[in-house]
Design a protein around this ligand. Structure first.
Ligand code: SF4
Length: 305
């Protein structure tokens, strides 16, 4: 019988001899704990007929609110109380570790590092089977489905190349549509991805709200194919906030190619050159050397007068 499994039962009166065996219980708790860790006797609880648990305060700093629980018992018509079990249990206000969460629920975008492997659930709703094999050889064909797969795999291994399906076959069409993979994105996966991208780079973001124009008219937008191309494109403006990201066509930023035209720098006036007159430069200093000669107001640009 364990104290942990019986605490929720209806309280009953503890057996008197077992309830009085506090020192026996304390000695057992001190034997299990480190010296000085067992504190005051807190309470006594009846677990069953002649089965009682004594609780002692735990003084371990890392186990605040925990209690040493020592269960004692005695046989019917016997006066000797014996030890059943000793265990450390959390009290009502004990400091506990957070509830354990599986790694698959703890994982967040950006948690993966180089070399990490992220297994995908076989029932992952974001994926669905790709090429269905509708044009596989009929059952009575000389080349059964298993043999065809085997031959194809061996051929690929020997030649070290990707097997190209026969032109015009369903496999060729599936290849062209990008469906010839074990699994492809499901409708659910597509919608959740679109919602996620729209949240980060969509019309409701503050950047888009303040943008002078939307991505749909921006020269930096790279169009993409498929159904997603109707709502998204890739931004290729290295100075924009979404360079290399999938952006909603209704997103936008101040880096829009046509939003603001760079003003042309002002052209300086052509230099004025008087090439018709000779300037005089005296070889010797003039008597009033040291004084700055007055400007020559008679000089004129003949080409512009
Ligand atoms: S530069 Fe701005 S407006 Fe142009 S595609 Fe990128 S995010 Fe959209």
């Amino acid at each position: 019988m364990s104290a942990a499994t019986t605490r929720s039962r209806t309280p009953r009166t503890p057996d008197r001899l077992c309830a009085e065996a506090v020192e026996l219980a304390r000695a057992a708790a001190e034997e299990a704990a480190a010296p000085g860790i067992v504190g005051e006797h807190v309470s006594v609880v009846a677990e069953g007929d002649r089965v009682v648990t004594h609780f002692f305060e735990c003084r371990e700093p890392g186990y605040r609110g925990w209690r040493w629980a020592v269960t004692v018992t005695r046989a019917s018509r016997a006066k000797l109380v014996t030890l059943d079990e000793t265990v450390l249990l959390p009290g009502p206000d004990a400091l506990l570790a957070p509830e354990w969460v599986p790694w698959s629920e703890r994982l967040r975008p950006g948690d993966m590092g180089p070399g990490d492997l992220l297994p995908t659930d076989a029932e992952d709703l974001r994926l669905e089977p790709g090429y269905t094999g509708e044009d596989a050889p009929p059952p009575n064909s000389v080349l059964s489905e298993e043999l065809a797969d085997l031959a194809e795999a061996e051929d690929a291994a020997l030649t070290d190349r990707v097997v190209v399906p026969e032109r015009g076959s369903i496999a060729a069409v599936a290849e062209e549509l990008g469906m010839r993979r074990a699994r492809v994105l499901s409708r659910y996966g597509l919608h959740t991805a679109a919602d996620r991208w729209d949240e980060s780079y969509g019309a409701k973001t503050p950047m888009a709200q303040a943008a002078p124009a939307s991505c749909v008219s921006c020269g930096f937008l790279v169009k993409i194919g498929g159904s997603l191309g109707q709502a998204f494109g890739v931004c290729a403006n290295e100075f924009g906030p979404a360079d290399g990201r999938l952006v909603s066509l209704s997103y936008g930023c101040g880096g829009h190619s046509e939003a603001a035209v760079m003003p042309k720098p002002p052209r300086p006036a052509p230099p004025v050159l008087d090439s018709m007159r000779a300037d005089e430069f005296p070889l010797r200093p003039t008597p009033d050397e040291g004084q700055i000669p007055p400007p020559d107001t008679t000089s004129a640009d003949l080409g512009h007068s």
